[in-house]
Design a protein around this ligand. Structure first.
Ligand SMILES: Cc1cc2nc3c(=O)[nH]c(=O)nc-3n(C[C@H](O)[C@H](O)[C@H](O)COP(=O)(O)OP(=O)(O)OC[C@H]3O[C@@H](n4cnc5c(N)ncnc54)[C@H](O)[C@@H]3O)c2cc1C
Length: 465
């Protein structure tokens, strides 16, 4: 719709518009408001591919496939949100890992200051997010492939299979959009905090990263809203399987939904350091089915969301495991370690579920917690190389803490010198404001007979100290 006059750039008659004000991120993309009064929108401007209005003004509804197609753009945008979550998280991980490798605090037994990345608590707050950046990269590729295959089927056949594929992309995409973008923003904030005081500086680059990633949490359906599309679909599949006794799954992504008794039991005392990635995937499948089974009677909104969240984590771990197996044999060992790290980090986070449903024993919980810490030590020597592999340029990171050369403090000083306040020997406005107050104060003291020279001398001596 044409809003403004092409020559004067003023709004056309009947149209009011404006900016809605500053947002947390996306500063290059303004959000606006618009109001129309008695404005006719030309038929060519309707952008209606499947349903349309004819010149007589009648609404011609879309076909069944067409009506599904009308939200195809949303499916693509959500799939892209999944794919770019890895970039947001990977950038934050690059900044934090590089900075924590440069930053040193407190001496070790040899009298040398330790890199903060060698502290266990710093590793626990950084390295799982490195693993998750890789996991989200794999998940993004899986999601975009699913979307492309669905689009091809729709374009070529437009049949019932195309419809089923579209439904699957909708459910999986809604779930992964919520889970992956949440991991991205949670990870950015944790990685910012781990950088200490400089993480709070705008020069760290975290502010833009967080603001820009946050829009993906809220936009295209707020995460806790949109994930309910997945929770209701999953519950429907589970309920119908229980009620009919028939295991009819709409797609391979839901094939794991079986009666609990049919799922493989967990072998208590398993060695998590050598357990296969397929076995880790089975652990995530079990948790999802448990949460679904638990929610059948209660049908609680919150518990349904937890089941869908578990499904999202399952898809991420499964996708990562598949990509690891297909990788260059030379990098399979380190990727396997990363995949285990991600799986155990998430299992540790949700240990209460595994214990609550009797899937694992407390000893297994302890083994996971201990294994997780051992894995951190395996990943630590590779950490900088692992983030270098993302290949973000200094320009893309836009962070004094995360530059490839590691010259953190030189860059911080260089950037600080560019601050407008640092461009003149005396800050602009001094004479009009602070200087004026000082001048008036001196005048008042003089009137009171105080020795201004003496007071100025004290101030001067203090400044020289
Ligand atoms: C930068 C930006 C750009 C955007 N661009 C576009 C755009 O181009 N086009 C467009 O159409 N939209 C756009 N949006 C809108 C965006 O899609 C919505 O803001 C988003 O879907 C959330 O909806 P809402 O703001 O109405 O939140 P609300 O629905 O008001 O949500 C508020 C809270 O209530 C909860 N809630 C709401 N309903 C329920 C329910 N039924 N059950 C349980 N909880 C519920 C939510 O989880 C949330 O926590 C944009 C938003 C942003 C921030």
């Amino acid at each position: 719709v044409q809003l403004r006059d092409l020559k004067t750039h003023k709004n056309l008659d009947g149209i009011e518009s404006g900016d809605i004000g500053p947002t947390m991120g996306l500063i290059g993309c303004e959000e606006g408001w618009c109001r129309f009064e008695h404005v006719k929108i030309p038929l060519v401007a309707l952008l209606a591919r499947y349903g349309h209005v004819n010149p007589q003004g009648d609404w011609i509804p879309p076909t069944k496939l067409g009506s599904k197609r009308s939200y195809a753009t949303m499916l693509l945008v959500r799939a892209r949100f999944v794919a770019i979550s890895s970039d947001f998280l990977g950038k934050a991980a690059s900044i934090a890992v590089r900075y924590c490798a440069v930053r040193r605090q407190f001496k070790d037994n040899n009298g040398r200051e330790k890199q903060v990345l060698d502290y266990q608590q710093v590793q626990m707050r950084t390295l799982p997010w490195v693993g998750l950046s890789y996991a989200l990269k794999a998940t993004g590729v899986t999601m975009m492939t699913m979307h492309r295959e669905m689009e091809a089927r729709v374009e070529l056949h437009g049949d019932i299979i195309a419809l089923a594929m579209e439904k699957e992309v909708h459910i999986v995409g809604s779930c992964l959009k919520a889970v992956c973008t949440t991991f991205a923003v949670d990870g950015i904030e944790e990685l910012r905090r781990v950088c200490g005081g400089y993480g709070y500086s705008v020069f760290s680059g975290f502010q833009d990263l967080y603001g820009n990633a946050m829009v993906n949490f809220t936009g295209e359906g707020e995460n806790y809203m949109i994930i309910q599309q997945a929770s209701s679909a999953l519950l429907k599949v589970y309920k119908s399987m229980i009620e009919t006794g028939i295991h009819q799954v709409p797609s391979p992504n839901f094939a794991f939904i079986k009666p609990l008794a049919h799922l493989p039991k967990f072998k208590t005392g398993s060695d998590f350091m050598t357990m296969s990635l397929e076995d880790f995937v089975a652990v995530f499948e079990f948790r999802t089915v448990c949460l679904l089974a638990h929610n059948v009677e209660e049908n609680s909104q919150w518990d349904g969301i937890q089941a869908a969240w578990a499904f999202g984590e399952l898809l991420i771990v499964r996708s990562f495991a598949l990509h690891v197996q297909r990788s260059d044999p030379k990098i399979i060992p380190i990727l396997t370690v990363l995949c285990r790290l991600v799986a155990m980090y998430l299992m540790n986070m949700h240990m209460n579920d595994y214990l609550l449903y009797g899937y694992m024993q407390p000893a297994d919980g302890i083994a996971i917690s201990m294994g997780l810490k051992k894995l951190l030590l395996v990943v630590r020597p590779e950490a900088v190389s692992l983030v270098d592999c993302f290949g973000f340029t200094d320009r893309e990171l836009n962070s004094a803490l995360g530059n490839y050369d590691g010259n953190v403090y030189e860059t911080l000083l260089e950037w600080a010198k560019l601050d407008p306040m640092n461009q003149t020997p005396v800050v602009e406005g001094f004479d009009e404001f602070y200087g004026k107050v000082l001048h008036e104060g001196r005048g008042a003291l003089q009137k009171m007979g105080k020795d201004i020279e003496k007071i100025d001398g004290i101030i001067q001596r203090r400044a020289n100290l």
